[in-house]
Design a protein around this ligand. Structure first.
Ligand SMILES: [Zn+2]
Length: 272
């Protein structure tokens, strides 16, 4: 009996990718001739691509390459794999993934063995981010929406906190048995993890609003970070600054904060 999916860890560990990108091979062998699916072939590395191809062969051969989003650690091996197998690359848009052959709209489904894989558009980490949901087995391949290692980075200009929070709320409406993130181990308690992510972001947002209340008008992001991230190693403050900026842009969109001067921020004064 074939497992629903196989994770092949890409050889690209780093501070941003953790142990590396989880490349997924799934589906195939369902009686049809649709073939197996590969999600996020991450690097152009011969031994790693060999492993993907071999895993695909166990499932009747790879028929499609799917991409969660256009960051380099998700598409780095896509062209090389396509050149080997002559199968199309699917992604949300060519704007996000220029090498894509087919653009995938929200809700599009793909046969995956005896199951069905559905694209769920979840922008925020990047505008072109899709998660993929295996409907009968209720497994969510979450790309960089959820991270198995740390909270993932929502950094402007790619990241949009407003969209990201909406996407998290969208995932709350889906019956998920297991989350397979692109980085780190799988997550069994799916909805608890999503709720935790939302609570974490809401807490940061409250901290940012409080900081703006206490610090002088026109405070800059580098001045805000140490006041908010008291629990975080100062070495990570530059990364935290991206997150603060992402939150400020969301709060600006919601009319709660505004820019003042060159790089300053302040609360919008309530109109009496
Ligand atoms: Zn990413």
């Amino acid at each position: 009996m074939q497992t629903a999916y196989t994770i092949i860890l890409a050889p690209n560990p780093s501070i941003m990718t953790g142990p590396g990108t989880n490349t997924i091979v799934l589906g195939g062998g369902g009686g049809g001739n649709e073939g197996a699916i590969v999600i996020d072939p991450a690097v152009d590395d011969a031994a790693y691509l060999d492993t993907l191809v071999q895993e695909g062969e166990k499932r009747g051969g790879i028929g499609r390459i799917l991409i969660t989003h256009g960051h380099p650690d998700h598409i780095g091996g896509a062209q090389a794999l396509r050149a080997r197998l002559h199968v199309p690359i699917y992604a949300f848009s060519r704007q996000g993934v220029p090498v894509a052959d087919v653009e995938v709209a929200d809700g599009k489904t793909f046969p995956a063995g005896k199951d069905t894989l559905r694209a769920i558009h979840t922008p925020g980490h990047r505008f072109d981010h899709h998660s993929y949901y295996l409907e009968r087995q209720r497994i969510l391949f979450a790309g960089d929406m959820i991270s198995g290692i740390t909270t993932n980075v929502i950094a402007p200009p790619d990241g949009d906190m407003f969209d990201y929070m909406n996407s998290l709320q969208r995932l709350q409406e889906i019956d998920i048995a297991e989350i397979v993130p692109a980085h780190g181990p799988t997550i069994a308690n799916a909805q608890a993890k999503i709720a935790e992510y939302i609570a974490h972001r809401q807490l940061r947002e409250q901290q940012i609003l409080q900081t703006l209340e206490t610090l002088p008008r026109g405070v800059t992001i580098p001045e805000m970070v140490p006041a908010i991230y008291t629990d975080v190693d100062p070495k990570l403050h530059p990364i935290a600054a991206w997150s603060v900026e992402a939150h400020l842009l969301k709060l600006e969109k919601e009319g709660l904060v505004e820019r003042i001067g060159e790089k300053g921020w302040t609360l919008v004064e309530p109109t009496a």
